[in-house]
Design a protein around this ligand. Structure first.
Ligand code: ZN
Length: 299
């Protein structure tokens, strides 16, 4: 339904956008946050560079893997290696970390509003920051959960204890064979509960969260609603970006916000009710929190 022409609002008027964003946040009846990987990158959870080398230089040397995205999908020869990789990956991104500042600042900004968070992130940062679990739908999985690799039943399993064992006992990029987790129902190897293909298990909690999200959207459909898209990349636009555009177009009281360091844009049709900011998410949220509306900032 949208024209091919898309608009990026220039960052030249940054402070006027911050002001508008602050006013819209205050005025909104409800806020729907759609968060992607850029949010965690802004929190310092980079999957490449120094943070990668510190934890995976041996995998880099042996397999030529240069970032954590690639390493997670690598077809390792053995399950011992697969779990040596994943136990480290899960540990540093899920258990050995606190809530990032962009997350705690975001909660500070919206905590008194009627809000809901839809996220493709699987690193548990929203929970760590203290967002209300009942206002959260992490639809692509969670690093803290495993499932049967054959998806023989719709249940997920918490993995912290096993992950810590794997981490402590691995050598030469391999965990001991007896630590390979098996499905308690069919005996197949367990795997990550991450949406990579059609074996992704949606457990009871997933369906409850999905229903809460749909219900939230239904209840606020005709209201002054703020769609706040943060760090959503181009890989999965059908989850957050396109629905946010669509719902903004259908509701004349809705406002669409896109904050993305790489590319912030919107379709022309909703341009007047959109705020696009190409800047670091953490900085933008900090600036909104600090901005005094009476300030005579340059804009
Ligand atoms: Zn099974």
């Amino acid at each position: 339904m949208f024209s091919r022409r898309q608009t990026t609002t220039s960052i030249g008027n940054y402070w006027s956008q911050i002001k508008r964003l602050k006013q819209e946040t205050a005025a909104a009846d409800a806020i729907v946050i759609g968060a992607g990987a850029g949010m965690s990158v802004s929190a310092g959870m980079s999957y490449s560079g120094e943070r990668f080398e510190e934890n995976f230089s041996d995998f880099h040397k042996k397999y030529g893997i240069t970032d954590m995205y690639a390493g997670g999908f690598y077809p390792y020869d053995t399950l011992e290696e697969y779990w040596a990789w994943w136990s480290r990956h899960i540990f540093i991104n899920r258990y050995d970390t606190g809530a990032g500042k962009p997350y705690t600042d975001l909660l500070e900004l919206i905590k008194d509003k009627d809000y809901f968070v839809l996220t493709t992130n699987v690193d548990h940062q929203f929970q760590l920051a203290g967002f209300d679990k009942k206002r959260l739908f992490y639809m692509q999985g969670d690093y803290g959960l495993w499932q049967c690799s054959k998806a023989c039943h719709n249940k997920t399993y918490e993995n912290e204890k096993s992950v810590r064992q794997m981490l402590a006992r691995q050598q030469n990029m391999k965990i001991p064979t007896e630590l390979i987790p098996k499905c308690p129902v069919c005996g197949a190897p367990m795997t990550m509960n991450l949406r990579c293909d059609d074996t992704f298990v949606q457990d009871d909690g997933w369906y409850v969260a999905a229903e809460r999200y749909n219900d939230f959207i239904r209840r606020h459909k005709k209201q002054h609603i703020l769609f706040l898209e943060l760090g959503v990349g181009g890989n999965t636009p059908v989850i957050v970006k396109y629905p946010f555009w669509q719902m903004t177009a259908e509701n004349s009281k809705a406002v669409y916000v896109c904050v993305n360091r790489e590319e912030a844009f919107c379709p022309q049709e909703i341009e007047k009710r959109s705020i696009c900011i190409e800047e670091d998410i953490g900085k933008v949220i900090e600036d909104i929190l600090c901005f005094k509306t009476e300030d005579s900032m340059v804009y």
